[in-house]
Design a binder for this molecule. Structure first.
Ligand code: FES
Length: 581
């Protein structure tokens, strides 16, 4: 990698690289060979370039339930290409099994990935991940480690049927739960739905964070062709694993050079995020990845890109279909063809050719289907002509906030209402459904104390509609927070308000009954309270009473010392490129 901001690529020397420090390098290698031969390897095996395979299989992570099969297929590809596969474990994170939040632990996974790549002798690495935080953590770690890498997503789960309708995790999880809260479903029905929402292993079947990140990484050229969308339990997914292994072996042997990753790849990533109607979380993760190579995500440039990038993919949560439909429609290769001038197709890929050459090859082989379908639209007939995601600014979010206009209610995109404020998740849980709560459909629900430092930025920004309003048929309200929301969720939700309340952001100054104005077209979120009143409230330092996430020791201590705000991707200060190495 020639970019001076990226860490240096270590010398490619297979087993003899990264020897342990005993003060005698030859002895260290002698010892290493002796130990590894205990596993039955020969000198011929050990003379090959080495591809490390990151194993994130875990019984606690059903999104990675196919990892053992993918590893076997990848090993086949690596061996056939003349390299030696070596599997090693790292942390695995599943959204429902990583308390307090998976984002809180993402940086730990990235550190684990980086250090294990650095510590062990491998010439290239195959990153197998999928569930929301895993691919970002792996790429952040690999970028910092400076070792050639290929990304292999685990792939989306299948969709399912319940009560005569198609369902899938987890947009429908949230929709059906909202129906249950509003009394539209009874206990037996919600229990039966629970059995049907996740019909197989794999990542969520909508364009949530996992699918968004897989698509984005394919548009950056960091996967083999088609890797973003093949279902986790398909034959295509197994073949992709074999091809990914072979690609990593070519990098390990030096037959293919690892592309230098820079602004062009990230511009492709951001354009793809917009075109797929992707998750707001994508902005957090891309900002963190960019920070690892000395780049910053520029909100104004992103908004300008959003103004001209069409939304072409019709999947839930914003649209209709599920990820298997996207795959059958042609997946990322077809989308990249449709997006054309919105992408830089001259960027090189991990398989050696540029994106443009890859698309030409696939077309020549007849592997980009051009059949009629409605999931991937043309740029001439987009689902939305522009504006998939947008940064907002104003006195309530001086460093920015994010909204997904295409998942919001059009009537609420310009709205003014009274603030109804909740101090963290416990307070919200205690009062939201209280029949005495003073709240109406035009009010603005404000949840603070769920930012990166306060709470590890949980996906709690989709504040439930208060039960008494839900029972009246209210399905959406303007909701604000310094937290995130699941990529599978929808609504008029302003997220990632920065700085968060816990560090003294203006969100800490809002009082019940204050007027808040949202104007998405103007890109503004404003607290309509006199400056002098806000200055007086600031002197009360309410934010200091909000908690910090995690224990005051170990990783929790490190998190509290180092975590940055959403515009820096919630990475740790010392992990960004400017403080690396
Ligand atoms: Fe793993 Fe949705 S919970 S991708």
């Amino acid at each position: 990698m020639a970019d001076p901001k990226q860490a240096q690529t270590p010398q490619r020397s297979g087993l003899s690289s990264n020897t342990v420090d005993y003060g005698d390098r030859d002895f260290a290698l002698f010892l290493r060979r002796a130990f590894i031969k205990g596993a039955g390897y020969t000198d011929e095996d050990l003379g090959r370039p080495i591809v490390g395979i990151v194993n994130t299989g875990s019984d606690f992570n059903p999104c990675h339930g196919n990892v053992p099969a993918l590893i076997e297929a990848a090993k086949r590809g690596i061996s056939q290409a003349g390299a030696l596969p070596m599997v090693f474990p790292t942390i695995s994170l599943h959204e429902s099994f990583a308390a307090p939040t998976s984002l809180y632990l993402r940086n730990l996974m990235s550190m684990d990935t980086e250090e294990m790549i650095r510590a062990q002798p491998m010439d290239a690495v195959l990153l197998i991940g999928g569930c929301d935080k895993t691919l970002p953590a792996q790429v952040m770690g690999a970028l910092s480690a400076g070792r050639p890498f290929v990304v292999l997503p685990t792939g989306p789960m299948l969709s399912s049927q319940w009560a005569g309708e198609r369902v899938g995790a987890c947009t429908d999880c949230r929709r059906l739960w909202a129906d249950y809260r509003a009394g539209r479903l009874h206990q037996t029905q919600i229990q039966e739905a629970n059995n049907r929402l996740v019909p197989s292993v794999g990542t969520c079947s909508v364009m949530g964070t996992a699918s968004t990140m897989a698509c984005v990484l394919e548009a950056m050229g960091l996967t083999v062709a088609g890797a973003a969308s093949a279902p986790a339990v398909s034959a295509d997914r197994v073949r992709l694993a074999t091809a990914s292994g072979a690609a990593a072996a070519a990098l390990a042997s030096g037959r293919v050079s690892m592309p230098t990753i820079g602004q062009s790849q990230f511009d492709n990533a951001l354009a793809t995020l917009l075109a797929v109607g992707g998750s707001t979380n994508g902005l957090v993760h891309l900002a963190a990845m960019m920070g690892r190579i000395g780049l910053d995500l520029q909100p104004k440039a992103f908004n300008a890109m959003a103004d001209k990038t069409p939304v072409l993919v019709d999947l839930k949560p914003g649209g209709q279909g599920y990820m298997p439909d996207f795959h059958e429609a042609g997946g990322m290769p077809r989308l990249m063809l449709e997006l054309g001038g919105h992408l830089d197709l001259t960027v090189p890929t991990v398989t050696g050719e540029t994106l443009e050459q890859r698309l030409d090859q696939l077309s020549a082989l007849g592997r980009i289907e051009h059949h009629a379908q409605m999931v991937i639209r043309s740029a001439q007939q987009p689902i939305y002509p522009a504006g998939g995601l947008r940064f907002l600014f104003g006195n309530l979010a001086p460093h920015g906030a994010v909204i997904k206009p295409v998942a919001a209610s059009p009537a609420l995109l310009t709205h003014q209402g009274r603030a109804v404020v909740f101090e963290g998740l416990e307070d919200m849980a205690a009062r939201l459904d209280d029949p005495a709560l003073d709240v109406g459909p035009q009010d603005v629900l404000v949840l603070r104390g769920i930012g990166p430092l306060a709470a590890g930025m949980p996906e709690a920004g989709l504040i439930p509609i208060p039960k008494k309003l839900a029972a009246q048929g209210v399905r959406d309200m303007v909701r604000l927070s310094d937290g995130r929301m699941s990529g599978t969720a929808a609504g008029t939700i302003v997220l990632h308000i920065s700085p968060e309340a816990r560090v003294g952001g203006p969100l800490a100054l809002v009082r019940n009954g204050d007027l808040i104005r949202l104007d998405v077209e103007a890109g503004r979120i404003e607290l309509l309270v006199d400056e002098a009143v806000l200055t007086s409230r600031a002197s009360e330092a309410l934010h200091e009473r909000l908690p910090s996430v995690g224990r005051p020791r170990g990783y929790g201590w490190l998190h509290a010392q180092q975590v940055l705000q959403a515009p820096q991707g919630c990475d740790f200060r010392f992990l960004r490129a400017s403080s690396a190495d």
